[in-house]
Design a protein around this ligand. Structure first.
Ligand code: ADP
Ligand code: MG
Length: 683
């Protein structure tokens, strides 16, 4: 493993180094594992008539005229036009005036880029430009397409990866030869090289399979280690079930569903059993997981112990804190809550840590800041993580080290079939909440095109008049020259003209934590009626008064992600609506969105999505945030997952401590893997 900084590569200075860090790439090793998001296969150039709108295409020919440069506001637009016997194609670039020298009349080029209709003219936007020979060279290989950030484009990343690959030392393959032969796995160094620069599709699949196998392999070893440490471990925290909790449950404004009751029973059994609880609570969005967490935390508090609740985002942590504080006030619960988040000032944090240490705090709520070294607990007996799929194996293990092995409960809305859940959460018992509260009206869905926007705005305006609230989701924070998609900042401007009156606010990941929290609080309290946001509200956020979820560029999101977003509405007694605006015009997209249109059931959606993508479609839109895998997809790679699970079991049976000579490399790799998942904690 190469832990040298990417800055040690030629051509990467301070500035580029910082941009790489933004992508989560710090070391050479990070860079080698920064896998392409897609691959571009360069095809034979086509005739202009053969080009398809909204697809990538390649054309070749001689320019009849010099390119021209114009200014629009502060953007320089350079255009050229290409003609062949079958038609005319416009070529457009932004802010690249220097191209004028290349694009002269009489010169021959190959252009390669996305084809769109602009003012009714067939146009290629920002195409790459090649000479004849240059194009022949790239045609021989598939080209990687990486996730990029402003100022760090695909070419620069590709170059950096190539140079990292060139300068790296080959690693000994740690995978036992027996397994490599049995599953026809590529050699490790080969796989790393070819996942970035495959010669063809088959080669790519070969490399990918090996790396997917590795991801599952290491992950499942981690899970096994957790399981062994925990199985049948006696708990120091044997609780007496508190009558106060029962009383609170009976006074809630709603009755728990049958499913919630069953799961609560399981939790209570665990807490009082004498064994350490390790339980996964799985339940679709809106199934009411939070109240179970609250009741479990209260049992803990009434037993004189501390309980902690961890959320994946600050927004969600803050919200859990607020709603619990309110509940405690309403029902006069004499237990103390403390919030710990990254955006608190050093002084605020010190005060919070102090309260935790001297046990003024009974229940502690926060982000992963909660498991940092500085936090010292007094009798930490229960740790709950909400939306657990955002936390890795290493993180879970570290939690266990925070005291005398607390009870652990993880809550997730990711709809994973039971057979897979048993493997992926092999160290946990599984409880499922398979029922929604009875007072819910099913969300009404529609998939529309952009022509429907005016109607949607009218609809939102009416809902707001009736006292309800709305979310509008855009994929981008601000305008971009490269990507044509709605952005939060401009959209909020437009919306305040289209729907005058209500308080409209923006929310996105580039805002400071404090600012985000304030906006979210004001939305939750009803001060803000319309929230224009990126997907930062995706998980967990609960504002039952919000009834409209309008999603712009719905075609850009994965189905699981759309389902999570939609789950932000329909959480109260009011009829709720989800308006998905499909801004593309590809047929497949419509089909995908129709699945959501048809059903509000997370499991159904996941299985239909899989059918549509097919196991072969490995670079389809990925499920959002599933576990901690970079390449592997638990659904499409389910077969590999199952096989790996069996192999890991067998291997550990044969050599439980990995002492055999041939397992030494594996042991080293595994330690490295777990070490790395700890480091990710201290971001
Ligand atoms: P999730 O499972 O997505 O985390 P929450 O726990 O946030 O869902 O619950 C969603 C909403 O449903 C909350 O407003 C909560 O108060 C409410 N709720 C929970 N359980 C019930 C129930 N049994 N009956 C009615 N409403 C409930
Ligand atoms: Mg939740």
């Amino acid at each position: 493993m190469n832990q040298e900084s990417v800055r040690s590569l030629k051509g990467i200075g301070d500035k580029t180094g910082k941009l790489f860090e933004k992508l989560g790439v710090n070391t050479i090793d990070d860079l080698l594992h920064y896998y392409p998001r897609a691959y571009h296969a360069y095809e034979e150039p086509q005739s202009i008539k053969e080009l398809e709108v909204d697809r990538m295409g390649a054309v070749a020919g001689i320019l009849q005229k010099d390119a021209s440069v114009r200014r629009f506001q502060n953007i320089q637009v350079i255009t050229a036009s290409l003609r062949d016997q079958t038609g005319t194609l416009q070529l457009v670039w932004y802010n690249m005036p220097f191209l004028r020298n290349t694009l002269q009349a009489g010169t021959y080029h190959v252009f390669c880029g996305k084809v769109v209709k602009k003012n009714n003219r067939l146009t290629m936007e920002q195409p790459e430009i090649y000479t004849r020979d240059g194009y022949l060279t790239v045609m021989k290989h598939m080209q990687p397409v990486y996730g990029q950030t402003r100022g760090l484009g695909n070419k620069a990343i590709t170059r950096a990866v190539a140079s990292a690959l060139d300068s790296r030392q080959t690693e000994r393959d740690y995978m036992p030869g027996k397994l490599r032969r049995k599953y026809e796995l590529a050699e490790y160094n080969f796989a790393i090289q070819h996942i970035h620069f495959p010669t063809d599709r088959q080669d790519l699949l070969f490399a990918r399979k090996r790396l997917v196998f590795d991801e599952f392999f290491l992950f499942l070893f981690g899970v096994r280690r957790l399981k062994e440490n925990r199985e049948n471990a006696r708990s120091s925290w044997v609780m007496k079930l508190s009558p106060e909790v029962k009383r609170l449950k009976e006074r809630l404004p709603y009755k728990l569903t049958r499913a919630q009751e069953v799961v609560l029973n399981e939790i209570e059994w665990d807490l009082s059993s004498g064994l350490v609880m390790n339980r996964l609570i799985q339940g679709d969005v809106g199934s009411g997981k939070t109240i179970l967490a609250v009741l479990a935390l209260l049992h803990t508090a009434y037993n004189g112990c501390q309980g902690a609740l961890m959320a994946p985002t600050e927004v969600l942590a803050k919200q859990h804190y607020e709603s619990m504080a309110q509940l405690f006030e309403t029902y006069k619960i004499p237990k103390q809550l403390v919030l710990v988040t990254g955006s608190m000032t050093a002084k605020e944090k010190r005060t919070a840590y102090e309260k935790i240490k001297n046990h003024e705090a009974d229940i502690i709520i926060g982000t992963h800041a909660l498991i940092q070294e500085k936090v010292v607990y007094d009798k930490l007996a229960l740790v709950i993580t909400d939306e657990q799929h955002r936390f890795g194996v290493g993180q879970r293990e570290r939690l266990g080290e925070k005291g005398q092995e607390p009870h652990v409960m993880v809550m997730s809305a990711t709809p994973i079939p039971r057979t897979l859940a048993i493997i992926l959460y092999g160290d946990l018992d599984i409880s499922i909440i398979d029922e929604l509260p009875a007072n819910r009206l099913p969300i009404k869905n529609c998939v529309v095109d952009t022509g429907y926007r005016k109607k949607a705005y009218d609809f939102i305006a009416r809902q707001v008049k009736e006292g309800r609230q709305a979310y509008v989701i855009c994929p981008m924070v601000e305008a971009s020259e490269m990507i044509e998609a709605e952005n939060v900042l401009d959209y909020a401007q437009i919306l305040s003209k289209e729907i005058p009156g209500p308080e409209i606010a923006c929310l996105h990941g580039k805002m400071k934590g404090k600012e985000k929290n304030q906006i979210m609080e004001r939305f939750a309290s009803g001060e803000i009626q319309i929230l224009v946001s990126t997907t930062v509200v995706e998980v967990g956020v609960n504002v039952p008064n919000a009834t409209v979820m309008m999603i712009e560029n719905a075609e850009r999101f994965g189905l699981a992600q759309l389902h999570q977003l939609r789950g932000r509405v329909g959480r109260g007694k009011y009829q709720s609506y989800c308006i998905m605006v499909n801004c593309g015009d590809q047929e497949g997209t419509q089909k995908r969105l129709d699945i959501l249109n048809r059903s509000n059931d997370g499991f159904y959606i996941a299985s239909e999505d899989l059918k549509l993508r097919g196991p072969g479609d490995i670079f389809g839109i990925r499920q959002s945030g599933d576990m901690e895998f970079r390449l592997a997809d638990i659904f499409t790679d389910a077969d590999i997952l199952k096989a790996v699970s069996e192999e890991v079991n067998e291997l550990l049976e044969e050599d439980p401590e990995l002492e055999q000579e041939e397992h030494q490399e594996l042991k080293r790799k595994l330690d490295e893997y777990l070490e790395r998942s700890y480091e990710k904690l201290n971001l």
